[in-house]
Design a binder for this molecule. Structure first.
Ligand code: HEC
Length: 145
């Protein structure tokens, strides 16, 4: 009996181990992790960074958001989260966020602004596609603090 329980536990851990395990649901993830990083990025984008240190205040939250998109394909709870479109929307958003970093490396504010706006559009694209209740984020207006 004990043996079969440990086999069962082993199978359970194998099944859940490899890709991690969802803790927050998507609403919590967006509210508690995406929103603060987005607010930070938006604040930093409000004016041209003066020096290398100030550029980091743009780079860091954009990279944090890009990393956070890696948590989206494993979200569960709504049927659409298992669709390939959910994952491709996630990939598009990650790509747009990482493109901010390339502009930051050139310390090119105009290009960084364009990339930032495109990244916000990528967030909104998923929101529009999957949830009519999800917010349409406006660049440079930090609605979420
Ligand atoms: C792959 C789809 C997808 C992507 C990409 C995405 N979101 Fe979301 N987001 C959602 C969905 C779906 C909701 C609706 C909340 C829910 O799941 O109940 C949401 C809700 C939100 C909310 C509102 C949370 C609340 O209820 O208070 C914020 C803020 C948010 N997203 C920020 C962002 C930002 C910033 C980005 C881009 C960096 C982003 N999201 C990218 C799917 C996505």
């Amino acid at each position: 009996m004990r043996r079969s329980i440990s086999i069962l536990v082993g199978v359970f851990l194998l099944g859940n181990g490899a890709g991690g395990q969802q803790v927050l649901d998507n609403t919590e993830l967006m509210e508690q992790m995406f929103a603060p990083a987005y607010a930070e990025l938006t604040r930093a984008m409000g004016h041209k960074p003066a020096d290398r240190k100030a550029w980091r205040t743009v780079l860091d939250p954009s990279r944090r958001l890009a990393e956070l998109t890696n948590l989206l394909p494993m979200r569960r709870g709504k049927d659409f989260m298992a669709k390939p479109e959910w994952t491709s929307s996630t990939d598009a958003s990650r790509k747009a966020l990482l493109a901010i970093g390339d502009a930051v490396k050139q310390m090119n504010y105009e290009l960084t602004r364009k990339r930032y706006e495109a990244a916000v559009e990528s967030c909104n694209a998923c929101h529009k596609q999957f949830d009519k209740e999800a917010p349409i984020l406006k660049p440079y207006v930090p609605e979420y603090k």
